[in-house]
Design a protein. Structure first.
Length: 337
């Protein structure tokens, strides 16, 4: 491994490109002609850990999200990278909604913002000198919306996608229009084949149990309100709807529901919580709901008994990526949706 890393450093130097520095840093990468500012954190002890790509909230504060997620780097021996999707080039239609539609028209697949994600991962892997580095995606709030919808329409080629406290979800149903569901989309994007692929993808819905505040950033549109009264309830209901559909159809279901008890709409708190290990790797926590809201609080057919939620299980690849070190973090909080 050391010889490969040294060779990569020599190659980068020959190309006039600096390697990713230890500690907190900033790099620029070009993807399909689009330049991205990427904020990085590499633990001093980093050797062969995974890459964790972190997706910021609506304030576009990728540098703060890198700081919040540094605790994941220290805890899991991971390289953390937070690309900035600026509001000028990536307004909500292209970030939270992924660039799927322009008005009512479905855009060509090559124009979807989600297609940039695996290329970003590859560019960062190349800068790190490890082209085969396993990758996990973590998004909070608006970044969670971006990744939830990515999971609905694109295979990013990663180990797991973690969506934390998004303000709305992509329900696996044609009852609501996109971006809240698959309604109104052509058969190849909204039919059973697409829904089955969505439920088979390795997706974690990671919820702070105290994220019940209806703040100014929370989507209060009609279709969002139908998902539930708060971010917490919307996440529970999205998971339950997906699990019911998978059971009814006999489809594979690779989602996890993981909670961070007592955490509100707080990226730093979600990343620092012990159950972030469960969200990423299926270890060290529980996916069972802390509380079960009444049907009046949620939507649809009400809550499913807690025992129906299977405990999260790590795949062999995830188990290999998990390390046991943990360090506290004192960075400031960013509250976005």
């Amino acid at each position: 491994m050391a010889s490969v890393s040294l060779a990569a450093v020599v190659l980068l130097a020959a190309q006039g490109v600096a390697p990713i520095p230890a500690g907190s840093g900033r790099i620029e990468v070009a993807v399909n002609g689009t330049r991205f500012e990427v904020f990085t954190y590499k633990p001093a002890s980093f050797t062969d850990g995974p890459l964790i790509l972190v997706f910021h909230g609506v304030l576009r504060d990728a540098d703060a999200y890198r700081d919040h997620a540094a605790v994941l780097g220290d805890r899991f021996g991971a390289l953390v990278a937070a690309p900035r999707f600026d509001a000028r080039r990536f307004p909500s239609a292209k970030y939270q909604r992924g660039g799927l539609l322009e008005g009512d028209k479905v855009l060509p697949r090559e124009e979807w913002t989600w297609g940039l994600v695996p290329r970003l991962a590859d560019a960062i892997r190349a800068r790190a000198g490890r082209p085969g580095m396993p990758c996990y995606l973590v998004g909070h709030s608006a970044g969670g919306q971006f990744l939830a919808r990515l999971a609905g329409f694109a295979d990013a080629g990663v180990r797991r996608v973690v969506v934390a406290n998004p303000g709305s979800h992509l329900f696996p149903s044609g009852d609501a229009p996109y971006p809240y569901g698959f309604g109104g989309l052509p058969e190849e994007l909204g039919g059973d084949k697409a829904l089955r692929a969505y439920l088979e993808r390795p997706l974690t819905i990671y919820l702070g149990t105290a994220d019940r505040e209806q703040d100014g950033y929370l989507d209060d549109g009609e279709h969002a309100r139908r998902q539930g009264e708060s971010r917490y309830l919307r996440g529970l209901n999205a998971f339950r709807a997906a699990e019911r559909l998978a059971r009814a159809k006999g489809w594979a279901f690779n989602w996890r529901l993981v909670e961070a008890p007592g955490i509100g709409h707080d990226a730093r708190g979600m990343f620092a919580h012990a159950n972030s290990a469960t969200a990423l790797f299926g270890e060290g926590g529980t996916s069972r709901p802390e509380t079960r809201p009444s049907p009046a609080e949620g939507v649809g057919r009400g809550p499913r008994p807690a025992q129906d939620v299977p405990p999260p299980v790590a795949t062999p690849d995830e188990q290999a990526d998990l390390t046991s070190s943990a360090k506290p973090d004192s960075r400031k909080t960013s509250r976005t949706d």
